[in-house]
Write a protein that binds this ligand. Structure first.
Ligand SMILES: Cc1cc2nc3c(=O)[nH]c(=O)nc-3n(C[C@H](O)[C@H](O)[C@H](O)COP(=O)(O)O)c2cc1C
Length: 209
């Protein structure tokens, strides 16, 4: 399948085959794809929790307005953002760049100032909104990676973040849930697999100038 065929193949899976598990190798590839995702300044304000544990997935169903895919799927990926993101995280990133690229911290201080002033111009809610936007970029990229690997997925905003946070004990890590995505293999009787995609015509959404 070429890319367009894969994007037509994928759909928001409503029913997963409970007997089909994603291999550890494939999960590792998806995890690495998440790590490699682009973010604003490269600041990576996120964490991804891949839930395989059956009981935990079952507990998350009511926190997903009863959407059964969460428990049926092979794995359930929870996309989280930090509640507070600021100078400490920026400094950690600067140190990471220095170590990774063998550069001096002093040479990176200009870049650090740019990032700090970008964040300082925002209030707490705006910084969180910015972090959430980054998490959504990861989710978009993740859906394409799943399609590339022939893995089914259902992006999910229909969740109760506070309930997810409680069940996954995210408070102590300073994280909160943004969005989630069960992944696995479609059930043979999921009627949505063969439902025609509804999309605006190309010339309505893309303009070439
Ligand atoms: C951010 C986001 C949140 C979504 N939330 C849900 C959800 O909670 N439950 C669900 O079944 N589908 C959810 N969807 C799937 C969309 O309804 C679906 O992507 C859209 O109708 C297009 O269909 P397709 O993805 O099957 O091509 C969500 C999609 C996105 C991108």
């Amino acid at each position: 399948m070429n890319l367009i065929e894969k994007l037509n193949w994928r759909y928001a899976t409503k029913k997963f085959d409970q007997d089909k598990k994603i291999t550890d190798d494939q999960i590792d590839i998806l995890a690495e794809s998440l790590r490699l995702c682009a973010s604003s300044f490269g600041l990576q304000p996120w964490k991804f929790i891949i839930v395989e544990n059956k009981e935990l997935k079952e507990q998350l169903v009511p926190a997903s307005y009863g959407q059964g895919q969460v428990a049926e799927a092979s794995h359930h990926v929870v996309f989280c953002a930090p509640k507070n993101f600021g100078a400490k995280e920026v400094r950690d990133y600067i140190e990471d760049i220095a170590e990774t690229r063998g550069s001096k911290i002093e040479d990176l201080e200009g870049f650090e100032k740019v990032m700090l002033s970008f964040l300082e111009r925002k209030n707490e809610a705006e910084v969180f909104e910015w972090a959430k936007n980054q998490v959504y970029i990861a989710m978009g990229s993740f859906l394409v990676c799943c399609a590339e690997l022939g893995i089914d997925a259902c992006p999910m905003e229909g969740i109760i973040p506070a309930e997810y946070d409680r069940i996954l004990d995210l408070e102590k890590e300073g994280l909160t849930t943004v969005v989630a995505c069960p992944i696995g293999y479609r059930a043979s009787d999921d009627k949505y697999a063969s439902t025609q995609k509804v999309r605006f015509p190309l010339d309505k959404v893309v303009e070439k100038r």
